[in-house]
Design a protein around this ligand. Structure first.
Ligand SMILES: [Mn+2]
Length: 439
């Protein structure tokens, strides 16, 4: 199917589900504001603009202040604000495949956009510009109303074929960046060199990334969201952990790879091989009917076995799990939903109304507590790190004798390992979008 046809189906699906959810809540119209720029305090510079995710979910039309209107049974409309301006270029026009599904009206000011939209229907408003919406006659209880918004967020966890194809496209571009990064790393490049190689190979601006790249050599691989970019003073490295994405039509892929040079400790190479194997298994095992937290606990079970078989833990895997000895090595969740947002919405919903469903108390950072269902798209990203601040309490604690501290100290300069793929839960099997493009 062409992108145009896939997008047509995606918009039709949005219309169907949104129509149903509007009717349930007694609304006649949905209005989504694309957002307003964030201006830094006491400055006249804006942060990179990110559109309201609900807007992007309908239409990849860049720029602030636009209004998207959907009335069930009518063709949806986008009122775009295209200022006449000689300081800044106006946003790019809507692509044809979008323009053919919406009535696109261009106006020059935000005020004109609101005047064009008008009022008079029971309207649910989504967006940050609640003052403008209120001034336009939308009552307070209809501004980002709950549980209406949660029900839309719940629907966002089921990806359309258009969304899957968009993420596959993003992944294909990201794969070029990972190959370039790998080459620069093995050539002795710095974190900064690797970052620049990634941007150049993916043809992206830094502002266009779905999230800032995480590029850590050696011990920096153990800082989960390390955003520094050291120069040649910290190169070459023995280990590279790179976590980076590419954004296409507002959807970002989220991929991590860890590589080590031949001269890195053999024990670290053994852990890399083990992590690769268990990551691949987990990506296949997350199937409909399983609770995501079960998969997360299975990751800990497999990592316990890996730590034991490689001599880092001096007990049985069962005992390691029981005593929580894997937790300092893997302090984050196994993965998260992926979509318009990198940590996509509704991962911790207990139901479609957004009733919170917390992760297990001993795994507080797990972002996904949902039952896995067909159509879900999530990351599988087990990690194994040597994080001194998390290991210290164990070194001083009652189970200290169950760790091989000499080995752990020798591997600590290697930082850690994370391997992350993006996985779509298909009808008969999972589709690992990342492995289709990158080994
Ligand atoms: Mn991730």
């Amino acid at each position: 199917m062409t992108l145009d046809a896939l997008y047509g189906d995606h918009v039709a699906l949005r219309a169907e589900t949104t129509g149903r959810i509007l009717a349930e809540a007694g609304f006649e119209r949905l209005l989504i504001h694309s957002g307003k720029p964030y201006t830094y305090f006491a400055d006249d510079n804006d942060a990179p603009f990110h559109a309201t995710p609900h807007f992007t979910h309908w239409a990849p039309v860049p720029g602030p202040y636009h209004l998207l209107e959907f009335v069930p049974g009518s063709r949806p409309r986008i009122v775009r604000v295209m200022p006449r301006d000689f300081w800044y270029a106006p946003p790019a026009p809507a692509p044809d495949f979008v323009a053919s599904r919406f009535d696109v009206v261009d106006v020059e000011t935000e005020e004109a956009a609101w005047a064009t939209i008008g009022n008079g229907r029971r309207t649910a408003f989504i967006g940050e510009a609640t003052d403008k919406a209120a001034a336009n006659g939308i009552p307070a209880e209809s501004l980002n109303p709950q549980p209406f918004v949660s029900r839309l967020d719940w629907e966002r966890s089921y990806k359309s074929a258009y969304e899957v194809e968009t993420l596959r496209e993003a992944t294909g571009i990201a794969a070029r960046g990972f190959r370039a990064a790998r080459e620069v790393f093995f050539g002795g490049g710095s974190e900064l060199d690797i970052h620049h190689a990634y941007l150049a190979a993916t043809g992206q601006l830094e502002d266009g990334l779905p999230y800032p790249t995480i590029i850590g050599l050696d011990e920096r691989a153990s800082t989960l969201h390390y955003h520094g970019k050291r120069g040649r003073e910290a190169a070459p490295g023995q280990v590279l952990l790179i976590d980076a994405g590419v954004s296409v039509r507002g959807y970002g892929c989220d991929i991590t790879r860890t590589w080590a040079v031949t001269s890195a400790p053999a024990e670290f190479h053994a852990l890399l091989v083990g992590m690769e194997a268990l990551q691949q298994e987990l990506a296949k095992l997350g199937r409909p009917g399983m609770m995501y937290p079960e998969l997360h606990l299975l990751a800990h079970r497999k990592i316990a076995a890996l730590l034991v078989s490689n001599g880092l833990l001096l007990c049985t895997a069962e005992e390691a799990l029981e005593k929580g000895l894997t937790r300092p090595f893997l302090p984050h969740g196994l993965g998260h939903f992926l979509g318009v947002q990198v940590h996509d919405v509704s991962g911790r919903f207990g139901d479609r109304d957004g009733t919170p469903k917390a992760p297990p108390a001993s795994h507080p950072f797990l972002r996904t507590t949902r039952l896995i269902e067909e159509g879900h798209l999530f990351t599988i990203e087990p990690g194994l790190y040597f994080i001194p601040m998390l290991l210290e309490p164990f070194r001083a604690g009652e189970h200290a004798a169950l760790f091989d501290w000499a080995l752990i100290d020798r591997l600590t300069p290697c930082g850690g390992i994370r391997i992350e793929d993006d996985v779509f839960v298909g009808k008969d099997e999972n589709r690992n979008l990342t492995r289709e493009e990158l080994s």
